[in-house]
Design a protein around this ligand. Structure first.
Ligand code: SPD
Length: 368
């Protein structure tokens, strides 16, 4: 179900600052960006710096929860951040973002209007943010290893692969990773059990916790970025992960010619679909520079290059014809209309349900 991107991908390590500014440039203008790891083309920042003369400090994270803690602490130190839409909605209520001045974003109309309408659920009037990229949360797997441990009939297009104890207990021999993300894993478990992935019923989360406790002993680790290289190297055989990250693993393995193949599946029972949003924190020091970067990303060629590189879908409709056919036609990146019917979006849940989710998930990850 997947293709090879045919380019090498460079991993940005979590918590590290990448020194991306040209050494020759002594600029007084700076911009501090906090984005997801493995989520930008290798030359995007350097090209932006060369075009604008702005020096960029580019830091990465792999968890909405980590970003949220920084934002709520008052002074994040960033001028651009990239929360997922459901987290952003709560952060807007907490007053952490500036309203965007759309007169400073002349290419706003490049954004897909249907998607922008959907995103109004999170941000009425699309006042505070616009989408960077979007994707799904599904299963990455190594078909050779999965067939070795489960046979040719392995249920690779079902959540049964990881939520059925019979299967995951065998797969634990080759390694199974789960995202360390309560807001992703709990909804997937609910959906697998035929429950509402956005349930507001505490009892449902108890059931999800029980299911996860059963499979927990067979999960090799919970982490939200390490699985890319582990899948690519054949060090694990299954990961519950994000679409583009799995496809990057596939590409890295292909480039390494190490005999490993990696596939991505959106399970038949359905999967979560999410949107990562570009926003300016209220306390940003470099607002003009932040707008320069937002305008840069609104250019169809720029975001098409990023989409080609990281294998996530672009919300910029003018960019889609510029995206490589192998990306555009990949149903793991741009799901078919039939697959879309099975996707769910993440609702903004009441704080008491968020607390239940986080407590349950902590029990699962710590085993206590
Ligand atoms: N490596 C990039 C991962 C981007 C993941 N976005 C997270 C969405 C969570 N709902």
């Amino acid at each position: 179900m997947i293709r090879h991107l045919g380019k090498s991908l460079i991993a940005a390590s979590i918590g590290c600052t990448m020194a991306l500014s040209p050494a020759t440039m002594a600029s007084e203008k700076t911009l501090n960006i906090y984005n997801w790891s493995d989520y930008i083309a290798e030359d995007t920042i350097a090209n932006f710096e060369a075009e604008t003369g702005i020096d960029v400090r580019y830091d990465v994270f792999d968890s909405n929860e980590v970003l949220e803690a920084k934002l709520l602490s008052g002074k994040s130190g960033y001028d651009i951040v990239v929360p997922s839409s459901d987290f952003m909605a709560k952060q807007i209520k907490a007053g952490v973002f500036k309203e965007l001045d759309k007169s400073k974003l002349p290419q706003w109309s490049n954004l897909d209007t249907e998607l922008m309408a959907l995103l109004e659920t999170y941000d009425e009037g699309n006042k505070h943010a616009f989408p960077y990229l979007w994707g799904t949360t599904g299963i990455g797997y190594n078909p050779d290893l999965v067939n070795k441990y489960l046979g040719e009939d392995a249920p690779t297009s079902s959540w049964d692969l990881v939520f059925d104890v019979n299967n995951i207990s065998k797969l634990s021999q080759c390694g199974v990773a789960f995202l360390n993300a309560p807001s992703e894993i709990m909804p997937a478990a609910l959906r697998y059990m035929g429950l509402d992935p956005n349930s507001v019923n505490k009892a449902d989360y108890k059931k999800a916790e029980e299911l996860l406790m059963k499979v927990r002993p067979h999960i090799t680790y919970f982490h939200s970025s390490r699985y890319i290289s582990d899948l690519a190297n054949g060090d694990i055989c299954v990961a519950v992960g994000w679409s583009g990250d799995v496809l990057q693993a596939s590409d890295r393995a292909y480039e390494a010619e190490n005999g490993v193949t990696v596939e991505y599946t959106i399970p038949d029972e359905g999967a979560g679909m999410w949107f990562d949003m570009l926003a300016i924190p209220k306390d940003a020091d470099n607002v003009d520079e932040a707008y320069a970067f937002l305008n840069y990303l609104l250019q169809p060629e720029v975001i098409a290059d990023i989409s080609n590189y990281v294998a996530y879908a672009s919300p910029n409709k003018e960019s889609v014809p510029l995206v490589d056919e192998e990306i555009r036609e990949n149903p793991g990146i741009y799901p078919t209309e039939a697959a879309k019917k099975n996707l769910y979006v993440f609702s903004v849940l009441p704080p008491k349900i968020d607390r239940v989710i986080n407590r349950s998930f902590t029990k699962v990850t710590t085993g206590q």
